[in-house]
Ligand binder design. Structure first.
Ligand SMILES: Cc1ncc(COP(=O)(O)O)c(C=O)c1O
Length: 385
């Protein structure tokens, strides 16, 4: 059976991989080298300088392309470096329409780095696709979607946005960090670019920072590859190896993240001291039907607000947690808790933040793959103490 025909769980392990040419190593060696010997100028074996390409990074890039059902993968030094490469496709005067509640660092690179180069960003609530349509003009060159959104867990209809983007000939990128290709495959739903903070679920063990892009189209891949090589924000061989190893267990980890996420979301929703729980698996979540249609399960990311929406109560809860670690990031095997207003989303001005629901009492959980009873006991003692 050719590797193209493999199902998802097999692709995470075998997709785009073959034993190493030198000694048949099953895992690609960590080619810790900056350069490669040439017999004559240009006489090399496919690799000449590790910014341009490195065999360990290539193995990862092939795996990324495979699991996202794309044709080309590109790996970068971080998720933000991957986003940086996408925005560099644009010219001064071009406009971007983006999700209004998105990762704070994504907002920051758009507003604080690229706006001064003349690129214009519009942030809209994309649950209503009509709001995107209303912002489109002749300068609109990119629609940037995060779904589910960080941290409000809004779900955006990828197929509907794709139709709109195609109609107006606009490039359409999806940040698939929260869902991962285990839950949704945006390229198959019409996106042109999938982006990942592979630091999160793809790496899966909170031990590496890395970013990724995957595309189907050769011309787009060539333009992105040119930027990757010319700007140079590549990841090193060791980090490539770690993410490649992480991807091999993505499917089993995600299955448990989803199971534990559901149990924790249901526990919180029933708890009298909790006011609101944001998780797309609830039938009363405003975008539940879209989530059900485009995702195969609902993931392990949950946000919630304690009763009274009081900032101090929220801070006490995150301080009392013992098994959940209070830390930036998400998607690792261990459960993490975060306070978006002061941590991941502090770079978004308070008025902007609060418009999309990121209030000072909001707590975000990345539910890990520990025994779920232990996680629930930890939350119970932190909420009830
Ligand atoms: C949804 C999302 N996109 C992008 C990023 C940025 O990725 P990185 O931290 O790997 O640069 C993050 C990081 O938290 C994220 O959560």
């Amino acid at each position: 059976m050719s590797k193209k025909e493999l199902r998802f769980n097999s692709k995470t392990i075998h997709g785009g991989q073959s034993p190493d040419k030198a000694y048949g190593a099953v895992m690609p060696p960590i080619y810790q080298t900056s350069t490669f010997a040439q017999s004559t100028p240009g006489g090399h074996q496919g690799f000449e300088y590790s910014r341009s390409a490195n065999p360990t990074r290539t193995a990862l890039e092939n795996s990324l392309a495979s699991i996202e059902n794309g044709n080309y993968g590109l790996a970068f030094g971080s998720g933000l470096a991957a986003m940086d490469a996408v925005i560099k496709l644009l010219d001064p005067g071009d406009e971007v329409i983006s999700t209004n509640d998105l990762y704070g660092g994504s907002y920051r690179i758009f507003k604080k780095i690229f706006e001064k180069y003349g690129i214009v960003f519009h942030f809209v609530g994309m649950q209503d696709v009509g709001k995107i349509a209303a912002q489109i003009n002749k300068n609109t060159k990119l629609i940037w979607v995060e779904t589910p959104t960080n941290p409000m867990m809004n779900v955006i209809d990828i197929k509907a946005v794709s139709q709109l983007a195609k109609k107006h000939n606009i490039l359409f990128a999806v940040d698939n960090t929260f869902a991962t290709p285990y839950l949704q495959q945006p390229l198959d739903m019409g996106a042109d670019i999938v982006m990942h903070s592979a630091t999160k679920y793809l790496g899966g063990h909170s031990d590496v920072v890395l970013g990724a892009l995957v595309v189907k189209d050769k011309e787009l891949a060539d333009r992105l590859y040119f930027i990757q090589n010319a700007s140079g924000a590549v990841c090193g061989p060791m980090d490539s190896f770690l993410v490649l190893r992480g991807i091999k267990t993505l499917h089993v980890r995600m299955q448990r993240h989803c199971e534990n996420g559901k149990a924790v979301a249901e526990f919180l929703a029933k708890h009298p001291k909790i006011e609101k729980v944001y998780w797309p698996g609830f039938t009363d979540h405003p975008n539940h039907l879209v989530a059900k249609d485009q995702m195969s399960d609902f993931g392990g990311m949950i946000s919630f607000v304690p009763k009274g929406a009081d900032y101090h109560t929220a801070i006490k809860i995150v301080e009392r947690l013992q098994l959940f670690t209070l830390a930036e990031s998400l998607g690792g095997v261990e459960s993490l808790a975060g306070h978006p207003a002061s941590m991941t989303h502090a770079s978004i001005p308070k008025e902007e933040r609060e418009k999309s629901g990121v209030v000072d009492a909001l707590i975000r959980l990345s539910v890990g793959i520990e025994d779920v009873e232990d996680l629930i006991e930890d939350l119970r003692q932190a909420i009830e103490e």
